[in-house]
Design a protein around this ligand. Structure first.
Ligand SMILES: [Mn+2]
Length: 239
């Protein structure tokens, strides 16, 4: 079984290098691997499946093409938890829950739910993921949602500026609570701190995906072996 896992692309402009690098990556990988997993924060902001912005349209086209060649699985991140059935029906991608377990031994998560030391963030997360808030936001016009989303983003940057780096990382106990005894690999993103770490008290590894910027990041699974790859967006897939 060959799979790739990626997250935190924060796409917002179909004309920039991250989008072209991602498109080139999908074009190549979709002919080589069995499954592609996107573990959240694919876009900088998703304001609803009716979004008709350039990035929403370009992404829809790209994922529609890709999912015809290879199954694509999508998990919500904290920027794009409004991806819903209209988008998945249109593109052919499959929405998976956070966390998800594959083969009984591999757990996938975006990662923000594990940052339990950040109490203010977890409180806000609970509100934003609730039905009441989502129904209210989706009843607003696209323009209103656009303005609201930008405001939320600015507020988040301001809040995080005063938080220590440790508070914004995953909590070790939350990780061990999440993964069962048979789990050998746990993959998540969100923290933008790529690396591979042993999980204390378990014979398991935690693989943290990186955010896409000057470089692209992915975790590649070939049967029981997982490798974390970082690559130059301009060169790896020949854009
Ligand atoms: Mn995130």
């Amino acid at each position: 079984m060959q799979r790739i896992f990626l997250s935190d692309l924060h796409l917002d402009d179909p004309l920039d290098r991250v989008f072209s690098g991602f498109a080139a990556c999908l074009e190549t990988e979709s002919t080589q691997v069995d499954e592609i997993y996107i573990l959240g924060d694919l876009v900088e902001m998703w304001i609803g499946d009716d979004d008709n912005s350039p990035i929403a349209l370009a992404l829809t086209e790209l994922l529609t093409t890709t999912s015809k060649r290879c199954p694509v699985f999508l998990m919500h991140g904290n920027r794009d938890f409004l991806f819903a059935s209209e988008f998945t029906n249109r593109t052919g991608v499959t929405l998976i829950s956070d966390p998800s377990t594959l083969d009984g031994s591999l757990v996938l998560s975006h990662g923000d739910a594990l940052c339990t030391d950040d109490i203010a963030y977890q409180q806000m997360r609970k509100v934003l993921r609730g039905d009441a808030w989502q129904t209210e936001i989706l009843s607003k016009s696209l323009e209103e949602r656009q303005v609201f989303g930008k405001g939320l983003r600015a507020q988040s940057i301001a809040n995080n500026a005063n938080k220590s780096s440790a508070i914004m990382d995953v909590n070790a106990a939350a990780v061990t609570d999440l993964i069962g005894a048979n789990v050998t690999t746990f993959i998540h993103g969100h923290t933008h701190r790529p690396g591979i770490h042993p999980i204390e008290q378990r014979s398991a590894q935690r693989i943290v995906l990186g955010d896409w910027g000057p470089c692209g990041w992915l975790c590649r699974q070939v049967d029981d072996t997982f490798t974390l790859e970082c690559f130059n967006l301009a060169h790896r897939y020949g854009i």
